[in-house]
Structures are given as C-alpha cells and as structure tokens.
Design a protein around this ligand. Structure first.
Ligand SMILES: [Zn+2]
Length: 127
C-alpha cells in the first residue's frame, strides 16, 4: 500500500483534490485502528484518533447501490461504490445506461473533468 506524503497541516479536502488532479483516488487510513476513512477528515470517525495516513486507492471496487436520477439534462446515475480498500464513496457509473447499472458490478476509477474540476467516476470493468 503506497502512502501519499502531504504537507503538514494541509486541509484533508485539498489533499484529496490534489490527488484527483493527478489522476489518483486518495483516502485516509487510521494508524490507530486501521479503519479506512472517507470522506477526507481530520479525526477518525471510528476511534477519534488524528493519526490518519493518506493512501492511494487502486480505484477498483463494486457497486453497493445505484439510482437513476432524471433531470433536465436527461438521466444520470448516482451510485455508492465500495472500494476494495474498505471505504465507500458516492459517485456515478458511466458507459452504461443509468438505469442498467447493477448492484455488485465490478467497476474501476476514471477521473473526468466536469466544470473544469477533476471528478472521480467509475466504469464497468471488463473481465
Ligand atoms: Zn481509528
């Protein structure tokens, strides 16, 4: 597991954003209880420790839940993804119809640009 070095005192959100800009999905791992921590934060929600180390996710995981959301610009997918490192994040699955995403599908990270910002989305893994 590769650790990410970050400047002391850097805001967790900033370290996460810098990761995305570099094409990486970063998360934190608590050194006290080894829980994977996401969203980025200052204290471990499990044990309250502030000893959190940044790591790079493999970007591989599985769909935990999925919803097709209908809006003005058509239908898009909102999904919770369980990453292999043990954390869950809200994102979306692209490359397949929004209402055809299946729970349990193996997915991999893709960083795309949206409104000039890097955003983490997922695509079905070809197995
Ligand atoms: Zn902890």
């Amino acid at each position: 597991m590769s650790e990410v070095r970050s400047p002391a005192g850097a805001a967790p959100e900033a370290v996460f954003r810098d990761g995305l800009a570099a094409g990486e999905l970063r998360f934190q791992r608590c050194r006290a209880c080894s829980a994977a921590v996401f969203q980025p934060r200052v204290l471990c929600p499990g044990c309250g420790s502030d000893d959190l180390a940044w790591q790079r996710s493999s970007g591989r995981g599985a769909v935990y839940s999925t919803t097709a959301v209908r809006g003005r610009e058509g239908v898009h997918n909102v999904a919770l993804i369980d990453l292999d490192e043990g954390f869950r994040m809200m994102s979306r699955v692209e490359g397949v119809d929004a209402d055809r995403v299946l729970i349990g599908t193996r997915v991999g990270l893709a960083v795309v640009e949206q409104d000039g910002e890097p955003v983490a989305v997922f695509r079905e893994e070809i197995s």
